[in-house]
Every structure is written in structure tokens, then in C-alpha cells.
Design a protein around this ligand. Structure first.
Ligand code: CTP
Ligand code: CA
Length: 225
């Protein structure tokens, strides 16, 4: 049998990670969602577990397998994801990677909405979803290290710094998700790590590599505290 003898700097630490998209129902057969494979979030959950953390992964609907060594909870909607995350506080580490749908349908239909010939589609009434990262970042049981992502198509650094501040995060992992980068759904990522101390650039890495570096950075920030 194989035995992993690497040091476990996160032994005894609890971590909560969100990953994947959320699906916000319109009716029983339709939903609103963001694009997200869950690859980056799942890799981060696995990397934290490898460093010895007790990891709970709250995942939206994805097609990739649950990572090894992690407790995975499956949810559909943003409100379910928020409830699952909050119910797992206190924790030492929160890494909110999910591409949460910013809006949900105000009142989803119980029955399939049928086309009405000649009438055209009925407009959807949307309402804003809870901001899970912001809730965790300002919670009375706020984890010692709170990490968010920032998916941007322009002004990546500026928007990342604004999110760091507004959401009460210690680190923001900002990435450019313009379609030409191929990051969405891809296996590689190119990120900027934004903290109060400044910006660090991690260009063109496998998502697993981003995950391992981030887990190491989190361990470093927790230090002996
Ligand atoms: N996030 C969250 N809950 C939401 C929206 C976002 O927890 N309802 C988290 C994401 O998981 C990510 C961070 O907030 O860690 C930033 O998400 P992003 O979509 O980039 O930012 P928003 O604040 O939603 O702003 P916008 O989409 O308008 O850029
Ligand atoms: Ca958003």
C-alpha cells in the first residue's frame, strides 16, 4: 500500500469549499445557471484534504466525481448552498469557488410552463440570490481564512480588489474568463492572487496546481495561530 508521508500543516483544521454552478429552477424542466465545471473548486477541496484538513465540499450540479478524502454535499440552488455552508460553521477555512447564479426566478412554476401559440414568451421575474461569500466574510463565526474567486471579463485587478473589500475576504483569486482564454470548462487557469498586501500573478497553471499553491498559501496564513 502507498503511504503519503508529506507534512500535514492543516491537520486538525476544518475547511468548507463551494464548487460548481447553482441551478435556479424556472419550472420542473428548466433552470438558470452559470457556466462552471467544478474542476477548480473540487481540486481545491482535494488539495486542502491532502494537507490534512477535514474538508466539507458543497457542490452544485457537476458531472465530475466527488474528490477523494472529502465529504461532499450536493445541492442545486444558491439558497441550499448558503444553508449548507452556514450550517458547517465554525470552520478555520472557507473557500468559495462556486459560480453561484446571481439571480433566481422569484416564483418558480410547479408545473411545466407551456408555449402559448401567438402569445410569445412570458417575462421571467428575477430576484437576487444571497451572496454566500459575503455572508461568510461578515459572519460572527467567520473562519480565520476566507477566500473568494472573482470571475471577470475586464478590469480583473480593480474588480478583484473591490470584491476583496466588499465581501470581507482575506484573499481573492481573480481570473479573466473572457471566452478567448478558454478557462471556463478548461483544465488550466491563469490567476491573480489579491490580498491586502498586494497582487501576485500565477500564470498558466493546471487547475490542480492552482489548487495546491492556494492550499499551501492558506496553510501559511493560518501558520501556528
Ligand atoms: N459568490 C457567492 N454567492 C453569490 C455570488 C458570488 O458566494 N451569490 C462568490 C463566488 O463564489 C466567488 C465570489 O463571490 O467566490 C465572486 O463571485 P463573482 O460572480 O465574481 O462576483 P459577484 O459578487 O457575484 O459580482 P458580479 O457577478 O456582478 O461580478
Ligand atoms: Ca456573480
Amino acid at each position: 500500500t502507498q503511504f503519503d508521508e508529506r507534512p500535514k500543516p492543516l491537520a486538525g483544521r476544518k475547511a468548507i469549499v463551494t464548487s460548481g454552478p447553482t441551478h435556479e429552477p424556472i419550472d420542473p424542466v428548466r433552470y438558470i445557471a452559470n457556466r462552471s465545471s467544478g474542476r477548480q473548486g473540487h481540486a481545491i477541496a482535494a488539495a486542502l484534504a491532502k494537507l490534512g484538513a477535514e474538508v466539507t465540499l458543497v457542490s452544485g450540479p457537476v458531472t465530475i466525481p466527488d474528490p477523494a478524502g472529502v465529504t461532499t454535499l450536493h445541492v442545486e440552488r444558491a439558497e441550499e448552498m448558503r444553508d449548507a455552508v452556514i450550517s458547517h460553521l465554525p470552520a478555520d477555512i472557507a473557500v468559495m469557488v462556486a459560480a453561484v447564479a446571481d439571480w433566481r426566478v422569484a416564483t418558480s412554476a410547479d408545473q411545466k410552463i407551456k408555449k402559448k401559440p401567438g402569445e410569445g414568451p412570458a417575462p421571467l421575474q428575477l430576484t437576487e440570490n444571497p451572496d454566500i461569500l459575503k455572508t461568510v466574510g461578515h459572519h460572527e463565526k467567520r473562519p480565520k481564512v476566507v477566500v473568494g474567486f472573482a470571475a471577470e471579463t475586464q478590469d480583473v485587478e480593480q474588480n478583484g480588489r473591490i470584491k476583496l473589500e466588499k465581501k470581507g475576504a482575506d484573499l481573492i483569486v481573480a481570473n479573466d474568463v473572457s471566452t478567448e482564454t478558454g478557462i471556463m470548462g478548461g483544465t488550466r487557469n491563469s490567476v491573480k492572487i489579491i490580498s491586502a498586501a498586494g497582487i501576485d500573478v500565477w500564470p498558466d497553471l493546471a487547475k490542480e496546481e492552482v489548487a495546491e499553491r492556494l492550499a499551501a498559501l492558506i496553510a501559511e496564513r493560518l501558520g501556528g495561530a
